[in-house]
Design a protein around this ligand. Structure first.
Ligand code: R1P
Ligand code: MN
Ligand code: MN
Length: 412
Protein backbone atom coordinates (compact mmCIF):
# COMPACT_ATOMS: atom_id res chain seq x y z
CA UNK A 1 0.00 0.00 0.00
CA UNK A 2 1.26 3.34 -1.00
CA UNK A 3 0.92 7.09 -1.24
CA UNK A 4 1.11 9.54 -4.15
CA UNK A 5 2.16 13.19 -4.25
CA UNK A 6 1.38 15.32 -7.28
CA UNK A 7 2.79 18.82 -7.57
CA UNK A 8 1.32 20.91 -10.39
CA UNK A 9 3.55 23.83 -11.32
CA UNK A 10 0.77 25.93 -12.80
CA UNK A 11 1.74 26.97 -16.36
CA UNK A 12 5.22 25.41 -16.44
CA UNK A 13 5.28 24.21 -20.05
CA UNK A 14 8.39 22.72 -21.64
CA UNK A 15 7.87 23.42 -25.32
CA UNK A 16 5.15 23.97 -27.88
CA UNK A 17 2.66 21.16 -28.37
CA UNK A 18 2.29 19.64 -31.85
CA UNK A 19 -1.09 21.38 -32.16
CA UNK A 20 0.20 24.74 -30.81
CA UNK A 21 -0.32 26.40 -34.21
CA UNK A 22 -4.09 26.05 -33.76
CA UNK A 23 -3.80 28.20 -30.61
CA UNK A 24 -1.38 30.75 -32.11
CA UNK A 25 1.34 29.28 -29.89
CA UNK A 26 3.77 27.59 -32.31
CA UNK A 27 7.24 28.21 -30.87
CA UNK A 28 6.12 28.90 -27.29
CA UNK A 29 8.40 27.36 -24.66
CA UNK A 30 7.95 28.53 -21.07
CA UNK A 31 11.07 26.83 -19.64
CA UNK A 32 13.25 27.32 -22.71
CA UNK A 33 12.51 31.03 -23.09
CA UNK A 34 13.00 31.73 -19.37
CA UNK A 35 16.35 29.89 -19.43
CA UNK A 36 17.43 31.77 -22.57
CA UNK A 37 16.54 35.15 -21.06
CA UNK A 38 18.46 34.28 -17.88
CA UNK A 39 21.50 33.16 -19.83
CA UNK A 40 21.48 36.45 -21.77
CA UNK A 41 21.65 38.28 -18.43
CA UNK A 42 18.16 39.73 -18.85
CA UNK A 43 16.89 38.39 -15.52
CA UNK A 44 19.49 39.78 -13.17
CA UNK A 45 17.99 41.57 -10.21
CA UNK A 46 17.79 41.73 -6.45
CA UNK A 47 16.22 38.26 -6.20
CA UNK A 48 18.39 36.35 -8.64
CA UNK A 49 21.38 36.49 -10.99
CA UNK A 50 22.74 34.71 -14.04
CA UNK A 51 21.75 31.43 -15.64
CA UNK A 52 18.64 29.60 -14.52
CA UNK A 53 19.68 27.37 -11.60
CA UNK A 54 17.38 24.40 -10.98
CA UNK A 55 19.70 21.70 -9.64
CA UNK A 56 17.01 19.59 -7.97
CA UNK A 57 14.51 19.65 -10.84
CA UNK A 58 17.50 18.94 -13.09
CA UNK A 59 18.31 15.80 -11.10
CA UNK A 60 14.71 14.67 -11.52
CA UNK A 61 15.20 14.96 -15.29
CA UNK A 62 13.59 18.33 -16.10
CA UNK A 63 16.20 19.44 -18.63
CA UNK A 64 16.33 16.02 -20.25
CA UNK A 65 12.54 16.06 -20.61
CA UNK A 66 12.70 19.57 -22.10
CA UNK A 67 15.35 18.47 -24.58
CA UNK A 68 13.24 15.52 -25.65
CA UNK A 69 10.26 17.86 -26.04
CA UNK A 70 12.03 20.61 -28.03
CA UNK A 71 15.16 18.98 -29.46
CA UNK A 72 17.51 21.38 -27.65
CA UNK A 73 18.97 21.83 -24.19
CA UNK A 74 17.69 24.82 -22.26
CA UNK A 75 20.28 27.58 -22.65
CA UNK A 76 22.85 28.15 -19.95
CA UNK A 77 21.57 25.60 -17.45
CA UNK A 78 23.90 23.30 -15.56
CA UNK A 79 23.05 19.71 -16.37
CA UNK A 80 22.97 17.25 -13.47
CA UNK A 81 25.83 14.82 -12.93
CA UNK A 82 23.19 12.14 -12.48
CA UNK A 83 19.47 11.90 -13.19
CA UNK A 84 17.64 10.12 -10.38
CA UNK A 85 14.07 10.37 -11.70
CA UNK A 86 11.97 8.96 -14.50
CA UNK A 87 11.21 11.85 -16.83
CA UNK A 88 9.00 12.44 -19.82
CA UNK A 89 6.98 15.11 -21.56
CA UNK A 90 3.26 14.94 -22.20
CA UNK A 91 0.90 16.49 -24.73
CA UNK A 92 -2.67 17.50 -24.02
CA UNK A 93 -5.64 15.93 -25.77
CA UNK A 94 -8.22 18.19 -24.11
CA UNK A 95 -9.67 20.82 -26.41
CA UNK A 96 -8.58 23.79 -24.28
CA UNK A 97 -5.36 25.05 -22.70
CA UNK A 98 -7.03 26.10 -19.47
CA UNK A 99 -6.45 25.10 -15.84
CA UNK A 100 -9.46 22.80 -15.29
CA UNK A 101 -8.87 20.94 -18.58
CA UNK A 102 -5.20 20.42 -17.73
CA UNK A 103 -5.87 19.27 -14.18
CA UNK A 104 -8.74 16.98 -15.10
CA UNK A 105 -6.62 15.38 -17.82
CA UNK A 106 -3.78 14.91 -15.30
CA UNK A 107 -6.35 13.11 -13.14
CA UNK A 108 -7.28 10.81 -16.03
CA UNK A 109 -10.27 12.68 -17.52
CA UNK A 110 -9.50 14.66 -20.70
CA UNK A 111 -12.02 17.25 -21.86
CA UNK A 112 -13.12 16.09 -25.31
CA UNK A 113 -16.01 18.52 -25.74
CA UNK A 114 -15.51 22.16 -26.70
CA UNK A 115 -15.97 24.71 -23.94
CA UNK A 116 -17.98 27.84 -24.61
CA UNK A 117 -15.85 30.96 -25.03
CA UNK A 118 -16.50 34.70 -25.09
CA UNK A 119 -14.51 35.39 -28.22
CA UNK A 120 -15.18 39.10 -28.86
CA UNK A 121 -12.41 41.19 -27.36
CA UNK A 122 -14.81 44.10 -26.66
CA UNK A 123 -18.50 43.82 -25.71
CA UNK A 124 -17.57 40.24 -24.90
CA UNK A 125 -20.63 39.08 -22.96
CA UNK A 126 -24.16 38.55 -24.33
CA UNK A 127 -26.34 41.55 -23.28
CA UNK A 128 -28.99 39.23 -21.83
CA UNK A 129 -26.39 37.56 -19.58
CA UNK A 130 -25.19 40.91 -18.23
CA UNK A 131 -28.78 42.11 -17.81
CA UNK A 132 -29.58 39.02 -15.72
CA UNK A 133 -26.41 39.46 -13.66
CA UNK A 134 -27.27 43.13 -12.99
CA UNK A 135 -30.85 42.27 -12.09
CA UNK A 136 -30.14 39.29 -9.85
CA UNK A 137 -27.04 40.84 -8.31
CA UNK A 138 -28.92 44.11 -7.68
CA UNK A 139 -26.09 46.02 -9.33
CA UNK A 140 -26.04 49.56 -10.71
CA UNK A 141 -24.37 48.10 -13.83
CA UNK A 142 -21.04 46.48 -14.70
CA UNK A 143 -17.69 47.73 -16.00
CA UNK A 144 -15.28 45.98 -18.33
CA UNK A 145 -17.21 43.58 -20.56
CA UNK A 146 -14.01 42.78 -22.47
CA UNK A 147 -10.91 40.59 -22.67
CA UNK A 148 -8.30 41.84 -20.21
CA UNK A 149 -5.35 41.11 -18.01
CA UNK A 150 -6.65 41.12 -14.43
CA UNK A 151 -4.03 43.50 -13.05
CA UNK A 152 -4.31 45.95 -15.94
CA UNK A 153 -8.08 46.15 -15.73
CA UNK A 154 -8.18 46.92 -12.00
CA UNK A 155 -5.56 49.65 -12.54
CA UNK A 156 -7.70 51.07 -15.36
CA UNK A 157 -11.20 50.68 -13.92
CA UNK A 158 -10.70 50.14 -10.18
CA UNK A 159 -11.32 53.75 -9.14
CA UNK A 160 -14.43 53.98 -11.32
CA UNK A 161 -15.59 50.71 -9.74
CA UNK A 162 -15.18 52.10 -6.23
CA UNK A 163 -17.02 55.30 -7.10
CA UNK A 164 -19.89 53.62 -8.96
CA UNK A 165 -20.30 50.28 -7.17
CA UNK A 166 -20.24 48.53 -10.56
CA UNK A 167 -18.13 45.33 -10.51
CA UNK A 168 -15.57 44.70 -13.26
CA UNK A 169 -16.51 41.74 -15.47
CA UNK A 170 -13.94 40.41 -17.93
CA UNK A 171 -12.71 37.30 -19.72
CA UNK A 172 -9.68 35.89 -21.55
CA UNK A 173 -8.82 33.25 -24.15
CA UNK A 174 -9.98 30.72 -21.52
CA UNK A 175 -13.52 29.57 -20.99
CA UNK A 176 -13.96 31.93 -18.10
CA UNK A 177 -15.95 34.84 -16.67
CA UNK A 178 -14.05 36.81 -14.04
CA UNK A 179 -15.43 39.41 -11.66
CA UNK A 180 -13.09 41.87 -9.95
CA UNK A 181 -14.37 43.97 -7.04
CA UNK A 182 -12.94 45.83 -4.07
CA UNK A 183 -12.96 43.73 -0.90
CA UNK A 184 -14.08 46.61 1.28
CA UNK A 185 -16.10 49.04 -0.84
CA UNK A 186 -17.98 46.25 -2.68
CA UNK A 187 -17.54 43.53 -0.05
CA UNK A 188 -15.91 40.13 -0.26
CA UNK A 189 -18.98 38.08 0.69
CA UNK A 190 -21.03 40.04 -1.85
CA UNK A 191 -18.46 39.33 -4.57
CA UNK A 192 -18.47 35.61 -3.79
CA UNK A 193 -22.30 35.57 -3.82
CA UNK A 194 -22.30 37.42 -7.14
CA UNK A 195 -19.94 34.81 -8.61
CA UNK A 196 -22.29 32.05 -7.49
CA UNK A 197 -25.12 33.87 -9.25
CA UNK A 198 -22.96 34.16 -12.38
CA UNK A 199 -22.13 30.44 -12.16
CA UNK A 200 -25.85 29.65 -12.22
CA UNK A 201 -26.63 32.10 -15.03
CA UNK A 202 -23.83 30.64 -17.18
CA UNK A 203 -25.36 27.18 -17.31
CA UNK A 204 -26.54 27.52 -20.94
CA UNK A 205 -23.16 28.87 -22.07
CA UNK A 206 -20.92 25.90 -21.22
CA UNK A 207 -18.33 28.09 -19.48
CA UNK A 208 -15.69 26.27 -17.44
CA UNK A 209 -15.09 28.72 -14.64
CA UNK A 210 -16.24 31.84 -12.86
CA UNK A 211 -13.42 33.46 -10.88
CA UNK A 212 -13.82 35.98 -8.05
CA UNK A 213 -10.97 38.49 -8.15
CA UNK A 214 -11.09 40.62 -4.99
CA UNK A 215 -8.62 43.44 -4.56
CA UNK A 216 -7.68 46.09 -2.00
CA UNK A 217 -6.03 49.52 -2.13
CA UNK A 218 -7.10 53.12 -2.55
CA UNK A 219 -6.06 54.09 -6.05
CA UNK A 220 -4.79 52.78 -9.38
CA UNK A 221 -1.25 53.11 -8.03
CA UNK A 222 -1.75 50.61 -5.22
CA UNK A 223 -4.62 48.26 -6.10
CA UNK A 224 -3.53 44.72 -5.19
CA UNK A 225 -5.37 41.45 -5.68
CA UNK A 226 -5.77 39.37 -2.53
CA UNK A 227 -5.59 35.68 -1.67
CA UNK A 228 -9.40 35.58 -1.41
CA UNK A 229 -9.68 34.65 -5.07
CA UNK A 230 -12.17 31.86 -5.52
CA UNK A 231 -12.73 29.61 -8.55
CA UNK A 232 -16.19 28.25 -9.32
CA UNK A 233 -15.62 25.39 -11.72
CA UNK A 234 -18.15 23.06 -13.27
CA UNK A 235 -17.72 19.42 -12.29
CA UNK A 236 -15.39 17.16 -14.29
CA UNK A 237 -17.28 15.22 -16.99
CA UNK A 238 -16.41 11.82 -15.45
CA UNK A 239 -14.97 10.58 -12.15
CA UNK A 240 -11.30 11.53 -11.89
CA UNK A 241 -8.71 9.41 -10.14
CA UNK A 242 -9.28 11.66 -7.09
CA UNK A 243 -12.94 10.69 -7.04
CA UNK A 244 -12.15 7.02 -7.59
CA UNK A 245 -9.70 7.00 -4.71
CA UNK A 246 -12.22 8.68 -2.41
CA UNK A 247 -14.96 6.26 -3.43
CA UNK A 248 -12.60 3.39 -2.69
CA UNK A 249 -11.90 4.57 0.84
CA UNK A 250 -8.65 6.43 0.18
CA UNK A 251 -7.73 9.94 1.23
CA UNK A 252 -7.29 12.95 -1.09
CA UNK A 253 -5.64 16.00 0.44
CA UNK A 254 -6.14 18.99 -1.88
CA UNK A 255 -3.77 21.89 -1.33
CA UNK A 256 -4.19 25.42 -2.67
CA UNK A 257 -6.52 25.74 -5.65
CA UNK A 258 -6.88 21.98 -6.21
CA UNK A 259 -10.27 21.53 -4.52
CA UNK A 260 -11.80 24.45 -6.46
CA UNK A 261 -10.39 23.17 -9.75
CA UNK A 262 -12.05 19.78 -9.29
CA UNK A 263 -15.28 21.47 -8.10
CA UNK A 264 -14.69 19.75 -4.72
CA UNK A 265 -15.33 16.34 -6.31
CA UNK A 266 -13.05 13.63 -4.92
CA UNK A 267 -11.52 15.62 -2.06
CA UNK A 268 -11.45 14.46 1.56
CA UNK A 269 -9.44 17.35 2.99
CA UNK A 270 -8.69 20.87 1.73
CA UNK A 271 -5.71 22.93 2.83
CA UNK A 272 -5.60 26.53 1.62
CA UNK A 273 -2.37 28.47 1.59
CA UNK A 274 -1.18 31.64 -0.07
CA UNK A 275 2.24 31.86 -1.72
CA UNK A 276 4.57 29.09 -2.81
CA UNK A 277 6.41 28.79 0.49
CA UNK A 278 3.15 28.37 2.38
CA UNK A 279 1.93 25.89 -0.25
CA UNK A 280 5.14 23.87 0.14
CA UNK A 281 4.83 24.04 3.95
CA UNK A 282 1.27 22.72 3.69
CA UNK A 283 2.43 19.95 1.34
CA UNK A 284 5.15 18.87 3.77
CA UNK A 285 2.73 18.94 6.70
CA UNK A 286 0.22 16.88 4.70
CA UNK A 287 2.92 14.35 3.87
CA UNK A 288 3.76 13.98 7.55
CA UNK A 289 0.16 13.02 8.24
CA UNK A 290 -0.93 11.23 5.06
CA UNK A 291 -1.74 7.59 5.63
CA UNK A 292 -1.66 4.64 3.25
CA UNK A 293 -3.62 5.01 0.01
CA UNK A 294 -3.60 8.76 0.08
CA UNK A 295 -3.06 11.32 -2.64
CA UNK A 296 -1.57 14.69 -1.76
CA UNK A 297 -2.02 17.15 -4.61
CA UNK A 298 -0.81 20.75 -4.65
CA UNK A 299 -1.20 23.51 -7.23
CA UNK A 300 1.57 26.13 -7.29
CA UNK A 301 -0.46 28.95 -8.77
CA UNK A 302 1.95 31.90 -8.59
CA UNK A 303 3.99 30.72 -11.60
CA UNK A 304 0.89 31.38 -13.66
CA UNK A 305 -0.89 34.21 -11.93
CA UNK A 306 1.97 36.38 -10.72
CA UNK A 307 4.54 35.72 -13.46
CA UNK A 308 3.21 33.90 -16.56
CA UNK A 309 0.14 36.07 -17.19
CA UNK A 310 2.08 39.16 -16.15
CA UNK A 311 4.84 38.32 -18.64
CA UNK A 312 7.35 38.71 -15.82
CA UNK A 313 10.30 36.57 -16.94
CA UNK A 314 12.58 37.49 -14.02
CA UNK A 315 9.82 36.83 -11.50
CA UNK A 316 9.09 33.45 -13.09
CA UNK A 317 12.79 32.49 -13.00
CA UNK A 318 13.14 33.53 -9.36
CA UNK A 319 9.99 31.59 -8.41
CA UNK A 320 11.30 28.46 -10.15
CA UNK A 321 14.59 28.75 -8.30
CA UNK A 322 12.82 29.26 -4.97
CA UNK A 323 10.63 26.21 -5.63
CA UNK A 324 13.67 24.15 -6.59
CA UNK A 325 15.46 25.15 -3.39
CA UNK A 326 12.60 23.72 -1.30
CA UNK A 327 12.46 20.39 -3.14
CA UNK A 328 15.07 18.62 -0.95
CA UNK A 329 12.75 19.05 2.05
CA UNK A 330 10.09 17.18 0.15
CA UNK A 331 12.42 14.49 -1.18
CA UNK A 332 13.70 13.84 2.34
CA UNK A 333 10.16 13.00 3.48
CA UNK A 334 9.41 10.49 0.71
CA UNK A 335 9.19 6.81 1.51
CA UNK A 336 10.47 4.33 -1.06
CA UNK A 337 6.93 3.21 -1.81
CA UNK A 338 5.65 6.76 -2.43
CA UNK A 339 5.16 8.03 -5.96
CA UNK A 340 6.05 11.69 -6.56
CA UNK A 341 4.94 13.33 -9.81
CA UNK A 342 5.86 16.90 -10.74
CA UNK A 343 4.00 18.27 -13.73
CA UNK A 344 2.09 21.26 -15.14
CA UNK A 345 -1.39 21.96 -16.51
CA UNK A 346 -0.51 24.08 -19.59
CA UNK A 347 2.11 26.68 -20.54
CA UNK A 348 2.16 30.45 -19.96
CA UNK A 349 5.34 31.55 -21.68
CA UNK A 350 6.25 34.91 -20.11
CA UNK A 351 8.04 35.98 -23.29
CA UNK A 352 4.99 35.31 -25.50
CA UNK A 353 2.68 37.94 -27.02
CA UNK A 354 -0.51 38.79 -25.16
CA UNK A 355 -1.20 37.60 -21.61
CA UNK A 356 -2.86 34.23 -22.19
CA UNK A 357 -1.77 30.62 -21.60
CA UNK A 358 0.33 28.84 -24.25
CA UNK A 359 -0.41 25.38 -25.65
CA UNK A 360 2.61 23.38 -24.58
CA UNK A 361 3.81 19.98 -23.60
CA UNK A 362 4.31 19.57 -19.84
CA UNK A 363 7.01 17.83 -17.79
CA UNK A 364 6.26 14.47 -16.21
CA UNK A 365 8.90 14.01 -13.51
CA UNK A 366 8.32 10.86 -11.49
CA UNK A 367 10.24 9.46 -8.57
CA UNK A 368 9.75 6.44 -6.34
CA UNK A 369 7.40 3.47 -6.64
CA UNK A 370 10.27 1.40 -7.98
CA UNK A 371 10.61 3.54 -11.12
CA UNK A 372 13.99 3.23 -12.80
CA UNK A 373 15.72 6.54 -13.61
CA UNK A 374 15.57 7.42 -17.29
CA UNK A 375 13.27 8.55 -20.03
CA UNK A 376 9.55 7.84 -20.07
CA UNK A 377 9.57 9.33 -23.54
CA UNK A 378 6.83 11.32 -25.26
CA UNK A 379 3.48 10.74 -23.59
CA UNK A 380 0.41 11.39 -25.74
CA UNK A 381 -1.77 12.64 -22.91
CA UNK A 382 -1.51 14.08 -19.42
CA UNK A 383 -3.90 11.22 -18.55
CA UNK A 384 -0.87 8.91 -18.40
CA UNK A 385 -0.35 10.48 -14.98
CA UNK A 386 -3.89 9.64 -13.84
CA UNK A 387 -3.54 6.12 -15.18
CA UNK A 388 -0.24 5.71 -13.30
CA UNK A 389 -1.80 7.05 -10.11
CA UNK A 390 -4.62 4.55 -10.45
CA UNK A 391 -2.12 1.71 -10.91
CA UNK A 392 0.00 2.90 -8.00
CA UNK A 393 -2.95 3.36 -5.64
CA UNK A 394 -4.51 -0.01 -6.44
CA UNK A 395 -7.52 1.32 -8.35
CA UNK A 396 -9.08 -0.19 -11.49
CA UNK A 397 -7.68 1.30 -14.72
CA UNK A 398 -8.97 4.67 -15.94
CA UNK A 399 -10.55 4.86 -19.41
CA UNK A 400 -7.75 7.09 -20.72
CA UNK A 401 -3.98 7.05 -20.51
CA UNK A 402 -1.14 4.54 -20.32
CA UNK A 403 0.50 3.88 -16.96
CA UNK A 404 4.23 4.40 -16.70
CA UNK A 405 4.44 2.40 -13.48
CA UNK A 406 6.76 -0.49 -14.25
CA UNK A 407 7.95 1.24 -17.47
CA UNK A 408 11.49 0.13 -18.30
CA UNK A 409 13.37 2.77 -20.33
CA UNK A 410 15.97 0.21 -21.41
CA UNK A 411 13.32 -2.09 -22.84
CA UNK A 412 11.39 0.73 -24.57
O1 R1P B 1 -5.28 38.12 -16.01
P1 R1P B 1 -5.83 37.34 -14.87
O2 R1P B 1 -6.97 38.01 -14.14
O3 R1P B 1 -4.74 36.89 -13.89
O4 R1P B 1 -6.53 36.06 -15.45
C1 R1P B 1 -5.90 34.97 -16.01
O5 R1P B 1 -6.11 33.94 -15.11
C2 R1P B 1 -7.22 33.17 -15.52
C3 R1P B 1 -7.15 31.82 -14.89
O6 R1P B 1 -5.89 31.20 -15.08
C4 R1P B 1 -7.09 33.16 -17.02
O7 R1P B 1 -8.27 32.89 -17.67
C5 R1P B 1 -6.52 34.54 -17.32
O8 R1P B 1 -7.55 35.39 -17.67
MN1 MN C 1 -3.31 26.78 -14.76
MN1 MN D 1 -3.82 31.11 -15.85
Amino acid sequence: MTRAIVLVLDSFGIGAAPDAERFGDAGADTLGHIAAACSRGECDGADRQGSLALPNLGRLGLFHAHRESTGAWAEGVELPAEVIGAYGHAGEISSGKDTPSGHWEIAGVPVRFDWGYFLDREESFPPELLAALIREGELPGVLGNCHASGTEIIARLGEQHMASGKPIVYTSADSVLQIAAHEESFGLARLHALCETARRLLEPYNIGRVIARPFVGQSAADFTRTANRRDYSVEPPAPTVLQKLCDDGGEVIAIGKIADIYAHCGVTRTLKASGHDALMDATLAALDEAGERSLVMTNFVDFDTLYGHRRDVTGYAAALEAFDARLPELLARLRDSDLLVITADHGCDPTWHGTDHTRERVPVLALGAGLAPGSLGARDTFADIGQSLAAHLGLPPMADGTSFIGFDPLAA
